[in-house]
Write a protein that binds this ligand. Structure first.
Ligand code: PGA
Length: 249
């Protein structure tokens, strides 16, 4: 099996002030000093700079939760990839289901964002996932195939290895209802195959599971052969819980 370094990301969503973010990083760092995994913190825009400063000299990376695809312009309220890079940010979450559902994020727009992130040297963490209705209707594979096809439309298959994909079934996000390790494994293996079929680096791309990952269920999810890490929401707000998840990878 190819070597894929485990990858664990803390998606704070709209939580934590600058002071709270700094406190979290100070509490987390000593607890994960021995990890060999890639650890990524995704604070809100306002706390990005503080987390970048606080993690200096450590292996922790920092990701934004969104960005605009243009470099600059009349886009009130938006932030560009180059602005993030200037701050010291290394990655960006794109296409989270909350952005797709609550803020009208489209696959066409995401395709441009993924390409812009790569062009700026940011690592995209592209989120894909099906709704409960789609899963019940047996449409999971079709939904995922469509999202991958559309969202990666502007990415050369040779660059797939620069992406991180997060599989997040919408019905498992913030609900306490985790996909079973078998469900997550099966679906992530399907995503890996779909990338391979498109001529990409299916074996090297890291694919994460997200949706109600907790210290108590992380190890059995991470033990699955195709699950390379986790995108963690609620449980990432507490440094001890997040550290326990990091240690499970
Ligand atoms: P959750 O969120 O861990 O709270 O389910 C995951 C996510 O939305 O990335």
């Amino acid at each position: 099996m190819p070597d894929r370094t485990p990858y664990v990301a803390a998606n704070w969503k709209m939580h934590k002030t600058v002071a709270e973010a700094a406190e979290f990083v100070d509490a987390l760092l000593p607890q994960i000093a021995a990890t060999q995994s890639d650890v990524v913190i995704c604070p809100p825009f306002t706390a990005l700079g503080a987390v970048v400063e606080r993690r200096y000299g450590t292996a922790v990376k920092v990701a934004a939760q969104n960005m605009h695809e243009e470099g600059s312009g009349a886009f009130t309220g938006e932030v560009s990839a180059s602005m993030l890079v200037e701050l010291g940010v290394e990655a960006v979450v794109l296409g989270h289901s909350e952005r797709r559902q609550l803020f009208g994020e489209s696959d066409e727009g995401l395709a441009r964002k993924v390409a812009a992130a790569l062009a700026a040297g940011l690592e995209p963490i592209l989120c894909v996932g099906e709704s409960e209705e789609a899963r019940d209707a047996g449409q999971t594979d079709a939904v995922l195939e469509h999202q991958l096809e559309a969202d990666l439309a502007e990415v050369n298959a040779d660059d797939f290895g620069r992406l991180v994909i997060a599989y997040e079934p919408i019905w498992a996000i913030g609900t306490g209802r985790t996909a079973t390790p078998e469900q997550a494994q099966e679906t992530i293996a399907f995503i890996r195959d779909a990338l391979r079929m498109r001529g990409g680096a299916g074996e090297t791309v890291r694919i994460l599971y997200g949706g109600s990952v907790k210290p108590g269920n992380a190890a059995e999810l991470m033990a699955q052969p195709d699950i390379d890490g986790a995108l963690v929401g609620g449980a990432s707000l507490d440094p001890a819980d997040f550290a326990a998840i990091v240690k499970a990878t």
